[in-house]
Design a protein around this ligand. Structure first.
Ligand SMILES: [Mn+2]
Length: 426
């Protein structure tokens, strides 16, 4: 396995008396509170969230895209950038590809990923934009289009994604469609959903036995009046109609601002249909901001549900992926920061005193129940995460080490600025 950043540089930056003192103090405190520090370290070291290949480029907004220096030119550059993120954080062992943006020779993809110590997470299909050579336009929909030939084309594309995924070791397909309508009366919403379900059944039937199919709901956009897969209820219906290999993917930004996402997570867990996440943060809509940048407590509350669930069900293992769009930051830095924020929420949720919490619930002591969660959330587990990175060859300070490495300047010299690289808000 080759390191992208000089490992000597990482080691030099990991020599920190401050870190050692901070970790010792935290470990002492956690032990005193009855926590198993080694178990928490093991958990931090084993934590993984997938990086979306499109995240390492500048995404832009629906208004404009301002290219950044040294943006990846193609999927192989993207894999190198993902290699940097994994090398420094040790929290992102897999990459999630997007077809057709990353449609390259599977053998070459796998070889480069192997060399970087990376695996592949869920495949993502794209029937929300037209490709130059395609016969039928998705302007008026894809899997739910009124025209059968257009639906067939969208189905074929998803089957191709499965084929590429099989060749590179992926085990899941994520389907998000922009299908819907922009005017009342434009579409028969019932018949449109029927067409969508029929198309999804064709995709589901082509899944290998050991694959999962994730459907991703989104409240609106690009369809602004109605969306075929609008909410978690619709998503649950889809996953239930399709069968046991189908489950729901929750993108945190795909809900109205006031929606209680952790309750949705709880519901889907309860009925065995939580497939996984696209982690990001938002203030207004599908903002695709960095995970934990606006509301880290909500991220913690989501993980509080996940940790409760894994205590009940041994095999509980939803898929974790980031899904962000970077406009004003270096994408590598943002993805490293987000991966650590998601990992942080997981570790904080592990600190919740669940026995005490249950007691307060049984006593209807709302204040102390809330305080029990807050006590875990307020615990700064940063030194523990840094120690886990240090022990596994990562960086105590990933952003600082990345900046010191000169990687961005180096790739900026090799990669000319691109204006149309695949990216977007999905
Ligand atoms: Mn998403």
């Amino acid at each position: 396995m080759s390191s992208v950043i000089d490992s000597n540089l990482v080691e030099e930056h990991n020599v920190s008396a401050d870190h050692d003192a901070n970790f010792d103090a935290l470990a002492t405190r956690l032990s005193r509170d009855g926590h198993d520090v080694d178990a928490l370290l093991n958990r931090a070291e084993a934590f993984g969230v997938a990086v979306p290949s499109w995240g390492v480029g500048t995404g832009g907004t629906r208004f404009a895209r301002f290219p950044g220096a040294g943006e990846p030119r193609h999927v192989f550059d993207k894999l190198n950038d993902c290699g940097v993120i994994q090398q420094l954080t040790r929290a992102t062992p897999t990459v999630s590809l997007h077809i057709p943006w990353d449609d390259e020779d599977p053998t070459a993809l796998r070889e480069q990923a192997d060399a970087l110590g990376l695996g592949f997470d869920a495949m993502n299909s794209n029937t929300f934009q037209d490709q130059p050579d395609q016969a039928h336009s998705y302007k008026h929909g894809s899997l739910s289009h009124v025209d059968g030939a257009t639906r067939d084309q969208a189905i074929e594309h998803n089957l191709h994604c499965i084929d590429v995924g099989k060749a590179i070791g992926s085990k899941a397909l994520t389907v998000w469609v922009g299908d819907g309508s922009n005017f009342p009366g434009q579409t028969d919403m019932g018949a449109q959903f029927d067409r969508y379900l029929d198309a999804m059944r064709s995709i589901y039937n082509a899944l290998p036995d050991d694959w999962q199919l994730f459907s991703e709901h989104k409240i609106y956009e690009p369809a602004f009046y109605s969306t075929v897969v609008q909410d978690w209820g619709t998503n649950y219906l889809i996953a239930t109609e399709l069968g046991p290999k189908a489950s729901c993917l929750v993108d945190l930004g795909h809900h109205a601002p006031t929606v209680n996402i952790e309750m949705i997570v709880s519901r889907l867990i309860r009925f065995g249909k939580l497939g996984g996440f696209h982690f990001n943060d938002s203030k207004y809509g599908d903002d695709d901001l960095d995970s934990g940048s606006v509301d880290p407590y909500r991220l913690f509350l989501v993980f509080n549900e996940l940790i409760e669930a894994e205590r009940r069900v041994d095999t509980f293992a939803p898929a974790y992926m980031l899904d962000q769009s970077h406009n004003v930051t270096d994408p590598i830095e943002s993805l490293m920061s987000s991966a650590i924020e998601v990992q942080r929420a997981c570790l904080q949720a592990l600190l919740v005193d669940r026995e005490a919490l249950q007691g307060y619930r049984d006593d209807n002591d709302a204040l102390m129940a809330s305080e029990t969660l807050k006590a875990a959330f307020r615990t700064d587990v940063g030194p523990l995460l840094a120690e886990a990175r240090k022990r596994t060859g990562g960086a105590i300070d990933p952003v600082g080490t990345f900046r010191a490495s000169g990687y961005r300047d180096q790739v900026a010299a090799e990669r000319p600025a691109v204006s149309g690289a695949g990216g977007g808000i999905v």
